[in-house]
Ligand binder design. Structure first.
Ligand SMILES: C[S@@+](CC[C@H](N)C(=O)[O-])C[C@H]1O[C@@H](n2cnc3c(N)ncnc32)[C@H](O)[C@@H]1O
Length: 289
């Protein structure tokens, strides 16, 4: 290598190490429960998020625009859930080829034959369970990890189960990388690769349960692991044609339980990926009766 080549090589090595240092830069301000991004002005939101979370202005602008549509559509029902949406970097949970569509309303492919739900649906289902700080929440169907990342801004006790092993491992890796970058709130999430039909008995009972795969009945173990007074949101119906139900478990004075159901979309059909079944270490069919 002559002197000129050597100089060029050193410069490109420096540039490379510089760009990877930027990629690994820490989130400037760690999450705390009082963290509330401004919502009255798009540019104020972007500036605040850059200063506090170190994120990319392009995606922040798109996130704010989607937030405003979600508000108009009544998919975010309270200030804490609004902040949860605004603080969750959806762009970290989609496949690279889908980055240009990350804040569209539609669901997107995440490989393994499954999808990340669209932001409106995630917002409405999260609003339905009305998570309070300190409550224990179980999600069935970790998928991309986006839904639980959103929940990690609402409570410090999030449990999520994914049935597809390589997907569960990929998402665990994404959480770990983001935690290393400074997204400390993602430490609130406990992950497990298993068949979520049976819930997570050791970690329960749960104040809230959110199910992101479609099934034709309410899994009895999940209902059993829901605390009295708890809320579940679950897509129920035949394959590809579910109704998203809010399920309340109410305990009567005599100790018996009463289950009430209401449709969060007033009868609209919302198709979900199937609630599949694990036999040994293989996914075989689904849990429909
Ligand atoms: C709509 S997708 C994922 C949405 C996800 N909440 C997100 O934020 O990306 C539903 C997920 O449920 C998973 N799933 C289906 N049946 C399951 C089961 N029995 N136990 C756990 N996960 C299951 C699928 O593999 C898929 O990843």
């Amino acid at each position: 290598m002559n002197r000129r080549d050597l100089l060029a090589f050193s410069a490109s090595a420096l540039a490379l190490s510089f760009s990877s240092a930027i990629a690994k830069a820490a989130v400037p301000v760690p999450f705390d429960w009082a963290m509330t991004p401004p919502t009255d002005d798009r540019q104020k939101f972007i500036d605040w998020m850059i200063a506090n979370r170190g994120e990319d202005a392009k995606y922040l602008g798109q996130r704010f625009d989607r937030y405003q549509v979600m508000l108009r559509n009544k998919d975010l029902w309270d200030k804490r859930t609004e902040s949860g949406f605004l603080l969750t970097p959806r762009e970290e949970f989609v496949l690279k080829p889908n980055l240009s569509r990350v804040y569209e309303s539609a669901f997107l492919d995440i490989n393994f034959g499954v999808t990340i739900s669209g932001p409106h649906l995630v917002g409405r289902m999260t609003s339905t369970i009305n998570v309070q700080q300190g409550e224990k929440v179980l999600e069935i169907g970790t998928g991309s990890g986006y839904q639980s990342a959103f929940l990690s801004h609402l409570t410090d006790k999030v449990y999520t189960i994914e049935i597809i092993k390589p997907l569960a491992e990929r998402t665990r890796g994404i959480y770990d990388a983001l935690i290393a970058k400074g997204y400390s709130e993602l430490k609130n999430i406990n992950t497990k690769n298993a068949d979520g039909y049976y819930g997570w008995a050791d970690a329960g009972p749960f104040d809230k349960i959110i199910i992101t795969a479609g099934i034709d009945h309410i899994p009895p173990d999940l209902l059993q692991q829901l605390k009295p007074g708890g809320i579940m949101v679950i897509p129920v119906g035949p394959p590809g044609a579910q109704h998203v139900l809010k399920v309340n478990k109410v305990q009567a004075a005599d100790g018996s339980f009463n289950i009430t159901r209401s449709d969060i979309y007033n009868g609209k059909i919302v198709p979900f990926v199937p609630f599949t079944k694990l036999e040994g270490d293989k996914i075989v069919g689904n849990h429909n009766g």
